[in-house]
Design a protein. Structure first.
Length: 320
């Protein structure tokens, strides 16, 4: 039996890919065989061909600000198991194994070792439509941040500066409105997206921006259970106990952009959604701190969204 287990273990193959703007450093396990390819269409095509022949058990790469998107999407489109992880996870793993050096080749080797030891789940990646929606939502957020900064500058600007700032704010308002129209057109033009959008906006306290942001930046909504989706977003309470000490549980990691949207939606829901308001009031009555109450409401609102999308059921106060 041990010989059979060893034979099965020998068949497992893992790949780590370190992604930069211009290159893809690949490490194949077993064997620690390293290769470097260009991070362009030709290089990605060669990578897909190589990995398709290698038939890996798991491919792991880091999220590198979008440089990994094309390669990860092409590999996933071929049906290969790809997991895109947080760079902090890979760095912590490297330190834990005593690997303190940092080069592209070393990082690829660490990612292959991470794949073998940790086996992160290979989740479906965003398709092209979702990526485009995400890009527009992100750009909208950037323009709003610019508008906020310009509005703040008006308070100390001279008369001449104020005129220039006003022109820029007017341009920003125009661009934001154009993006809003584009987002709405994309969302309402698809039966699938329109159905999901209608479900989410049916929740009291959830408006257009929240719905758009959740669908674009959290496409896993409805595909995971309530614990998994809370951990993915970063609002699952994590234990901090040791021996007899029981520390305060706290949230950690996850998707900051999704959390910021949920935060604002939860503040609205705590006022206008009877279920969330009652839930918050119960927590306040037990003496929970305000931040704990808000995070708990964020988690409850996310759980409701997840259940509605998963079951394709409209808002019903009884389900909460």
């Amino acid at each position: 039996m041990n010989e059979n287990l060893s034979a099965v273990a020998m068949e497992l193959k893992f790949v780590g890919i370190d992604v930069s703007r211009s290159a893809l450093d690949v490490c194949f396990e077993p064997g620690s065989i390293s290769e470097r390819l260009q991070n362009d269409d030709a290089g990605i095509a060669a990578l897909c061909k190589r990995l398709n022949a290698f038939a890996p058990t798991l491919i792991v790469m880091e999220a590198t600000g979008g440089f990994e998107t094309n390669a990860a999407s092409e590999l996933a489109g071929m049906g290969l198991p790809v997991a895109v992880i947080n760079p902090r996870q890979a760095r912590d793993f490297a330190k834990a194994t005593g690997e303190l050096a940092k080069t592209d080749a070393v990082d690829a080797r660490v990612l292959a070792a991470f794949a073998r030891a940790i086996r992160p789940a290979a989740r479906a990646l965003k398709d092209e439509t979702v990526r485009e929606l995400d890009a527009l939502v992100t750009r909208r957020r950037q323009l709003i941040d610019m508008r906020t900064q310009e509005t703040m500058r008006l308070t100390t600007a001279s008369k001449l500066q104020g005129k220039e700032i006003d022109k820029h704010i007017a341009w920003l308002n125009k661009r934001i409105n154009e993006i809003d129209k584009g987002l709405t057109k994309r969302l309402r033009g698809s039966d699938v997206w329109r159905t999901k959008d209608d479900l989410l906006q049916g929740i009291p306290g959830v408006a257009t921006v929240t719905s758009l942001s959740m669908l674009a930046k959290c496409p896993e909504l409805g595909a995971l259970n309530r614990r998994e989706i809370a951990k993915l977003v970063g609002i699952a309470p994590l234990a901090n106990d040791s021996g007899k000490r029981q520390g305060h549980r706290q949230i950690w990691g996850g998707r900051a952009d999704v959390r910021s949207v949920l935060y604002m939606a939860s503040l609205s829901a705590m006022r206008y959604n009877a279920i969330i308001k009652a839930f918050a009031d119960r927590l306040k009555a037990t003496g929970k701190p305000p931040k704990v109450v808000i995070v708990a409401c964020m988690r409850k609102l996310l759980t409701i969204m997840n259940a509605m999308i998963k079951n394709n059921t409209p808002w019903n106060p009884k389900m909460a």
